[in-house]
Design a protein around this ligand. Structure first.
Ligand code: URC
Length: 308
């Protein structure tokens, strides 16, 4: 909420970033479940006096916010999704503290995955995977809720069925047209659920975790196409759009999706010696991997009517 202070427009929020918590749940058969979360809390509250009158009486200490993460993690005796944990924290902050009008909770999960030993799931062993599950929950005292989930660092690559042709050619253009190249990216995805109040959140405690895995599968399957034929990509833009569209077509509980897909270039290697004789002639086989510069391609897609 913006305020007029001394003739200036003033907005503020405060919170605690990257509160790290690990939580183990044990079931009766001795199987352990583990998550590691990095939780960021931001509160919008009526505590202007702290800024202008040296009066902290309406301030929730950020240290208290940090402690609350551990208290609530302890209280969650049953395993829950990080979206549900974020909602639970947001609910606490807006209801427990009178001056707080909105809570914004972000969580990034470290990708610990159950380990397999000799093809068998380990009861209490985990190894670090790659891409990360993220969420952002915004809850207002009025009851308005926004739940966004996402993926960070989903690295995908295919060695054929990708090209780029027909783009603008002018005096600055050097890039040859091609129907054969490596396509590589690191997807950052976020999607907003259509739940707009606490009462509309599904009671199934696994719903957000399952949906995360479903969305990831649709993104990945669309990028690669079927295992033997694959699918031709005429550009990162086209593949990104197919990926976003498939998510919205498949999941009616998602109202919008945003994808960021850098085009990570693998450059053809052609080498000549000082007499201009060819040492290495590129035949779609030897590449120079790069990470910068890279193309940056992003888009968002949303329904005209976001309600289910
Ligand atoms: O798929 C692509 N999209 C682009 O916009 C672009 N630009 C470029 O140089 N290579 C590519 N590839």
């Amino acid at each position: 909420m913006a305020r007029n202070l001394d003739g200036f427009n003033f907005e503020q929020r405060h919170g605690k970033d990257r509160v790290r918590v690990g939580r183990v749940w044990r079931n009766k058969d001795g199987r352990h479940f583990f998550v590691e979360w990095s939780v960021s809390i931001s509160l919008l509250s009526d505590c202007v006096a702290a800024y202008v009158r040296d009066d902290n009486s309406d301030v929730v200490a950020t240290d208290t916010m940090k402690n609350t993460v551990y208290v609530k993690a302890k209280e969650c005796s049953e395993q829950l999704s990080m979206e549900d944990f974020a909602i639970l924290l947001a609910k606490h902050f807006i209801s427990f503290y009178h001056p707080v009008t909105s809570a914004i909770i972000k969580i990034v999960e470290k990708p610990w995955e159950r380990i397999y030993i000799d093809g068998q799931q380990h009861e209490h062993g985990f190894k670090l995977g790659s891409e990360k599950h993220t969420t952002e929950v915004i809850l207002k005292k009025s009851g308005t809720l926004q739940v966004t989930s996402g993926i960070e660092g989903l690295a995908l690559l295919k060695t054929t069925k990708s090209g780029f042709e027909g783009f603008i050619r002018d005096v600055y253009t050097a890039l040859p047209e091609t129907q054969e190249r490596v396509l590589a990216t690191e997807v950052t995805a976020s999607w907003r659920y259509s739940y707009e109040s606490l009462s509309s959140i599904p009671p199934n405690p696994h719903c957000f975790t399952e949906r995360y895995l479903d969305v990831k599968k649709v993104l990945v399957d669309t990028f690669y196409g079927p295992p033997t034929q694959g699918v031709y990509s005429p550009s990162v833009q086209s593949t990104l759009y197919q990926m976003a569209r498939n998510v919205l077509n498949r999941f009616l509980d998602i109202s919008s999706v945003e994808l960021k897909m850098p085009n990570i270039h693998f450059l053809p290697v052609n080498l000549k010696n000082k007499d201009n004789e060819t040492i290495v002639k590129f035949a779609d086989d030897v590449y120079l991997p790069t990470d910068e510069p890279h193309g940056s391609i992003q888009a968002s897609l949303s329904r005209f009517w976001s309600k289910m």
